[in-house]
Design a binder for this molecule. Structure first.
Ligand code: NAG
Ligand code: NAG
Length: 153
C-alpha cells in the first residue's frame, strides 16, 4: 500500500508538467511557426478550425474555414492548415518569426471549442525538441495507464 502510494506520488510529479497540451507552438528548422491544435471535435457540430493570436489587446485571425470569417490581409497566403491524426489541425506560418513581439497569445478553435497559450518570444521551442518530448510523454502516460490497469485488476 505504502509502496503504491509512493509510486503514484512520483508519477504525479513526473507527469503533471508533461501532460499532452491541447495547443502547442514551436519553430521549425526553416523558421516557420507551427501551431498544433489537438481539440477533439464534437460529432454533432460543424467541423471547422480557426487559428488566431493576440498581441497586447489586438486579436488577429491567421487562418480559418469558419464560414463568414476570414484571415487578416497580412496573413493571406502566409499560412496553411493540415489535418492531424487522430484529430486536430496544424497551422504552419512563414515569414513572421522575426516580427513577433515579446509576448504572443496563440489561440485555436475547433468546432467552437477553444484553447490558448501565451509564449514569450525567447521561449519558443524548436519543433524537433517538442515532438520528441510530446510523443514520449503521451505514450508514456498510455503505457503507465495500461500498466496500472493490469496490475490492479
Ligand atoms: C474545414 O476544413 C475541414 C478539413 O479540411 C473540413 O473537414 C471541414 O468541413 C471544413 N469546414 C467548413 C465549415 O468548411
Ligand atoms: C510577458 O509575459 C510575462 C508573463 O506573463 C510578463 O511577466 C511580462 O511582463 C510580459 N512582457 C511584456 C513585454 O509584456
Amino acid at each position: 500500500m505504502l509502496k503504491s502510494l509512493f509510486v503514484y506520488g512520483v508519477l504525479g510529479v513526473l507527469l503533471i508538467p508533461a501532460k499532452c497540451e491541447l495547443i502547442s507552438v514551436c519553430v521549425e528548422n526553416d523558421d516557420d511557426l507551427r501551431v498544433d491544435c489537438r481539440i477533439e471535435p464534437k460529432p454533432n457540430k460543424i467541423n471547422s478550425y480557426e487559428f488566431s493570436w493576440s498581441i497586447g489587446t489586438k486579436e488577429s485571425t491567421i487562418n480559418t474555414n469558419v464560414s463568414g470569417s476570414s484571415a487578416e490581409v497580412q496573413f493571406k497566403d502566409k499560412s496553411y492548415v493540415e489535418e492531424l491524426e487522430p484529430y486536430g489541425y496544424r497551422m504552419t506560418m512563414s515569414g513572421f518569426r522575426d516580427k513577433l513581439p515579446h509576448n504572443t497569445t496563440y489561440m485555436c478553435k475547433i468546432s467552437q471549442d477553444g484553447a490558448r497559450i501565451t509564449v514569450e518570444k525567447d521561449q519558443l521551442l524548436e519543433c524537433s525538441a517538442v515532438s520528441v518530448f510530446l510523443k514520449s510523454s503521451c505514450s508514456l502516460i498510455a503505457c503507465l495507464l495500461l500498466f496500472f490497469y493490469q496490475t490492479h485488476s
